[in-house]
Design a protein around this ligand. Structure first.
Ligand SMILES: *Cc1c(COP(=O)(O)O)cnc(C)c1O
Length: 436
């Protein structure tokens, strides 16, 4: 074999011929899906490009601004680019918004007042929001500020329980929070269209209620975003999809001008609002990451369906399966044993460009009720648009896999995860040969 052969370098990276052959066969069966992802990426790339041209992005937008940050052209223009892309009146996009949880907490605390009620019509929100809301008592929670909370459980099929939502809406209800991605739950993720139906249902009964969508992991997966279907605020993290892997920090809130002004006053100070907040040299990475994001998300989606295809073919339960429509970049694979979860994550880690030589171990992470193992060899700490996986060490022993800045890297990561399962004796070469 020649050293410029792809087979040769897969061998150097520790992938056996059997695993490689199974990967080739799986990929072959996904051609049509990949083509659809490419079509969506083409549309979204043009949407972002159009927004950048329309808002006259220029080289001076990348200048370093320090201090108060008055008239920070790069920051103000980027916010206009986000608003154009998401078809909203305004946006707040800042390195001072430290992460997705912070962006969500900001959107909530800026637009809720004592005596108001927050409603989650789609069941339990993301883990970190429990302390923001005060579902788990916590310092500084909305509950401490006399904001009450109500939650409507999903139907057993994971769909919205409309009659129960109707009953839960009351005269105190001020804001409704809808999470697009399943996060670490086993419910389905929602399409933008489904979210639109829910918003229309709520607005028909209570036009004054603010509808907020937690858009984490959802950006650029579809052609529409929540703002296109009536969301008043759309919220997300820049170390996930819209940062394109280049943003080193940040969060965004896009939506109605009034609500975004409230967020700005809460982020900085009443009277200062969005006028302050220097961008400190991160602007080029914010623009360039946003520009690349549609292509990065496309690669991550290919990785997600490839992982689904590889593992469903070997009989492991996967959510979603390789044929279902996608509404976020997360792929869940149930491996059924602690050894499986650990081997999978070690394979992902071994495929990383950074820290590939370390071997992750399960540990007692704050906020979780069991040990958790995480694989991440990322350029940006904790960035989960980069190839990453994590799994709680408890039944049903599922891992959540996401990201990959390029499809080729995501593919290697998944092959490496399978190789690691083979090396650990969880899957045998014979089992793979049987499905070849
Ligand atoms: C990641 C995530 C968050 C929180 O974002 P962080 O940046 O980790 O704070 C909130 N909601 C959902 C659905 C997420 O996936």
């Amino acid at each position: 074999m020649n050293m410029t052969d792809t087979e040769y370098i897969y061998g150097q990276l520790g992938i056996s011929g059997v695993v490689r052959a199974y990967g080739r066969k799986t990929e072959e069966g996904l051609r049509e899906r990949f083509r659809q992802f490419d079509d969506t990426a083409e549309y979204n790339q043009l949407k972002v490009l159009h927004a950048m041209q329309e808002n006259r992005v220029s080289e001076s937008c990348f200048n370093y601004v320090s201090g108060y940050g008055y008239n920070d052209l790069g920051r103000d223009t980027l916010e206009a680019v986000y608003a154009s892309t998401f078809h909203t009146e305004a946006a707040l996009v800042r390195p001072q918004i430290t992460c997705g949880t912070h962006a969500l907490a900001l959107a909530l605390s800026a637009n809720l007042r004592p005596g108001d009620e927050l409603l989650s019509p789609a069941g339990k929100p993301y883990d970190t929001l429990e302390e923001v809301i005060g579902i788990r008592p916590s310092r500084g929670s909305l509950a401490e500020y006399k904001v009450t909370y109500r939650q409507v459980e999903l139907t057993k099929d994971g769909l919205f329980d409309y009659p129960a939502i109707e009953r839960a809406l009351n005269k105190k209800t001020r804001l409704v929070t809808i999470q697009r991605s399943k996060g670490y739950q086993t419910r389905p993720s929602y399409s933008v269209e489904q979210i639109g139906e829910l918003i229309a249902f709520i607005k028909k009964r209570r036009p004054d209620v603010i509808c907020m969508v937690d858009n984490c992991y959802g950006e650029f997966v579809e052609r529409m975003e929540p703002g296109d279907v009536g969301a008043d605020m759309t919220v997300g993290s820049l170390i996930k999809n819209p940062g394109g892997g280049l943003a080193p920090i940040g969060g965004y809130i896009a939506g109605k001008r009034e609500l975004i002004e409230n967020c700005a006053c809460r982020l900085t100070a009443p009277g200062l609002g969005r006028e302050v907040g220097a961008s400190l040299g991160v602007m080029q990475s914010f623009y360039q990451g946003f520009f690349l994001a549609p292509a990065v998300v496309c690669g991550a989606l290919k990785g997600a369906v490839f992982a689904a295809g590889i593992y469903e073919g070997l009989g492991f339960p996967v959510i979603p399966d390789s044929r279902e429509s996608r509404h976020d970049i997360i792929q869940a694979v149930t491996l059924g044993s602690p050894e499986g979860v650990i081997a999978f994550c070690r394979g992902i880690q071994a495929a990383a460009p950074v820290d590939s030589y370390v071997s992750p171990e399960p540990w007692a992470m704050p906020g979780y009720d069991s040990d958790v193992i995480m694989a991440a060899g990322a350029f940006v700490q904790g960035s989960s648009v980069e190839l990453s996986a994590d799994g709680p060490i408890r039944p049903p022993y599922a891992v959540y896999f996401q990201g990959g800045l390029t499809w080729n890297h995501a593919k290697l990561g998944i092959l490496k995860s399978l190789q690691s399962l083979v090396d650990a004796g969880v899957v045998s070469d014979d089992e793979i040969r049987r499905v070849l």
